[in-house]
Design a protein around this ligand. Sequence first.
Ligand code: B12
Ligand code: SF4
Ligand code: SF4
Length: 412
Amino acid sequence: MVCEDQVQTELPAAAERPDSRHGALGPLRRPGLLSPDKLKAAIATRAKAEGFSVMRVASTDAIPEAPGRLAGWLEAGHHGDMTWLTERTAERADPATLWPAARSVVMLGMSYAGEGDPLAVLQQRDRGAISLYARRRDYHDVIKGKLKSVASVLAARGEAEVKVFVDTAPVMEKPLAQAAGLGWQGKQTVLVSRRHGAWLFLGAIYTSAELPPDAPERDHCGSCTRCLDICPTKAFPAPYQLDSRRCIAYLTIEHQGHIDAEFRAGIGNRVFGCDDCLAVCPWNKFAEASHEARLALKSELGALPLADLAALDDAAFRMLFAGTPVKRTGRDRFIRNVLIAIGNSGDPALAASAEALLDDPSPLVRAMAAWALWQLAPDRAANLAPARLAQETDPDVRAEWTQPSPNQLEPA
Ligand code: B12
Ligand code: SF4
Ligand code: SF4
């Protein structure tokens, strides 16, 4: 989802590549080079072969509203502690500023629609809900290779320069995808497609090739507000505006610190990400389940018992989530999330899992172990509190022992 530490990948134009058979010949089109229309068709063919569900083109000046919207979002503080979003904003909001040689943006979407109801696991309160995108191989790894393959067509058959991006800084993939006509930014801000619903991973190729642009998609949300209404932590101050600081995806994946008491009940049993505002979109009914083998769902991650998750040490965490996006949070933040889910489970049998983590080296874990114990076994927590306060030095963990955190939101 967010992967700003990855750098964009560049392929040199065909003439610069060591294996190029063309050499640098001046402006005449060499044999094998394609006209813009044919080049676009060739890219579409390769994109389809690589498993992309949709590919369309935008010009580099297609999102003139983006700089103002990005600035407003940042000024409102809606990025939380994702401070990297405040850097290189001019390049982020304008492809031509990021790369002056760029003439076109090829936007690609890959479906990750699943079968069945992705929210069903939310009813299993003793299990951990991992969002649909993360129960599989990390899409960054899969899509980057596929983007490079598509981009190689541009380099070889258009003699164009290319840079490929999937979640790499600084690119605004959703407005670009809307401008290219892949779909529109729904009221929950995610790109929604009439054919694939809200389940599309996005990737971008910036290129020096002049390709015929496609028409932008218009908004098909109408009077629907399902995604806004379902949000458990009320993260939408208005339609089309997301305050990340209130979003469970942000809190459970990106946020490094303690999670405010205000949001804990709303998190329910979501231990990594959240799908609610995507899953309720009526446009999903047209989405076919994804058949991309390299993004196949790992069924074993579907509804893992919270007791098993709480028992993971660092090595076991890495092994269980190897190759998936979950590994990025690291064990401590993940166990923080699991303990919140345990506290929300209403299952006194899980109090033992919380108690077993009271001495964990991570204050993030100790704090949420104390909180979960207060939720499930308040008498036991009250008995332990004096001794715990006598030995605990971390102020945030002490605060959990001093004041059981009130749930300010109803459980989802
Ligand atoms: C930062 C980030 C996050 C942050 C912030 C999310 C956000 N809405 O921006 C957090 C951590 C919360 C997050 C969560 C998720 N993310 Co994320 N994330 C990103 C990232 C890296 C940057 C997005 C960005 O630039 N945000 C900044 C704001 C300014 O941009 P914006 O969303 O376009 O918001 C503007 C519009 O709403 C617009 N606006 C204002 N008024 C109006 C009015 C109208 C009519 C319109 C059209 C627009 C509009 O202005 C806003 C600013 O106010 C992108 C990858 C990328 N490089 O683009 C992935 C990306 C958006 N994430 C993705 C995914 C899958 C998710 C999750 C679904 C994961 C999950 N299941 O937990 C959730 C979805 C939560 C949600 N409702 O958005 C996918 C979405 C794919 C898609 N189909 O759109 C992306 C594109 C990654 C990818 N390559 O596929 N993510
Ligand atoms: S991902 Fe979940 S918490 Fe975030 S805005 Fe959507 S429904 Fe709300
Ligand atoms: S749920 Fe409704 S409002 Fe939200 S994105 Fe889908 S169509 Fe638009």
